[in-house]
Write a protein that binds this ligand. Structure first.
Ligand code: SER
Length: 316
């Protein structure tokens, strides 16, 4: 069957690169990018773009019907740090948009099957979760509103799958590191800023302490994971909560040292702020053996490889 894809939140950190990657596979005209913001410059001219508020159920339904959409990637969300500034908006946006897309898939079930991708996060875990090699199935008591919406969202996805047979797939992304589009409002954002500031200013003040280990992933791996999960045969997928996903784990000090190997006069200082408590409640490393077993997930980038790629690409 010919795929017709709608991306909601296409101008964010994941959205830009995912839209470009999906357009390469399925053809530019078959991937409709949408966001509440203006079109991202990197998307311009690569395929159709429309303005869409992720919480606007009527407009979403109209696009899905008119365009014959078969896959929806719902990426619009408020992240961990921004979510703490406005917990109500975080809940309303993150849960409202998911609920209406799931309902739309149920509503259209007899007409057309719609496959959904919705991202979860390491933020579903909390201080009572085992921090090292956090298992797929474990204690989950998130402390941020962002984490609460991701955990509740996972449960909602699993519920819709069991109750209505909705094909909705999800991963718990670690901190994502990219150079084409930057993150906004996350706790792991330092790991992107540090590369940008290393090149721009030769120094960086980090908002997390030097030995704060967090799970991280280069965007190329994250995009490949997303597409491989969406292409996996449905009968292989036994897990209907989001999959743990892992590539590397490092501290600010370690990423600093990997950059210093290339930019020898790079300097770092540490000034932990309110985001430190969020980072301290998250896992340091993740066990992703379920993803490896069910859909053959395997990362390609480690810290050294990513540092080389980030600095080379940002320089351009
Ligand atoms: N990168 C996200 C954040 O920091 C975690 O999913 O909020």
């Amino acid at each position: 069957m010919k795929e017709k894809i709608l991306i909601i939140g296409a101008c964010g950190q994941i959205g830009v690169e995912l839209t470009l990657a999906l357009r390469k596979i399925y053809g530019g005209e078959n991937v409709i990018a949408s966001d509440i913001r203006d079109e991202h410059p990197l998307l311009a001219g690569t395929g159709p773009y429309t303005t869409l508020n992720a919480n606007d159920a009527d407009n979403t339904r109209a696009i899905v019907k008119k365009e014959g959409i078969t896959q929806i990637y719902l990426l619009a969300a408020l992240l961990s740090a921004t979510g703490e500034k406005d917990p109500k908006l975080c809940w309303d946006l993150n849960m409202g948009s998911l609920r209406q897309v799931l309902d739309l898939a149920v509503e259209m079930k007899d007409e057309r099957k719609i496959k959904i991708f919705w991202p979860s996060s390491i933020a579903v875990f909390g201080a009572t979760t085992p921090r090292q090699n956090t298992p797929q199935l474990t204690v989950m008591e998130p402390t941020t509103m962002y984490g609460v919406t991701k955990y509740a969202g996972e449960l909602l996805c699993q519920y819709y799958n069991r109750r209505y047979g909705t094909d909705v797939r999800s991963v718990r992304y670690p901190g994502l590191i990219s150079w084409k589009s930057v993150p906004g409002g996350g706790t792991t954002d330092y790991a992107v800023d540090i590369y940008i500031q290393a090149l721009k200013a030769g120094k960086y003040e980090c908002f997390l302490s030097e030995n704060t280990y967090l799970p991280m992933m280069y965007m190329d791996d994250a995009i490949r994971a997303t597409i491989e999960l969406m292409q996996a045969p449905v009968e292989n997928l036994k897990t209907h909560m989001a999959f743990n996903l892992s590539a590397m784990s490092f501290s600010p000090k370690e990423v600093y040292e990997s950059i210093k190997k290339i930019i020898s006069n790079f300097e770092i200082t540490y000034a932990p702020d309110h985001r430190q408590a969020i980072a301290d409640s998250w896992p340091a490393s993740i066990d992703d053996s379920t993803a490896r077993a069910e859909w053959n997930w395997k990362p390609k980038f480690d810290l050294e490889k990513m540092t080389t790629a980030m600095l080379e690409n940002l320089k351009k």
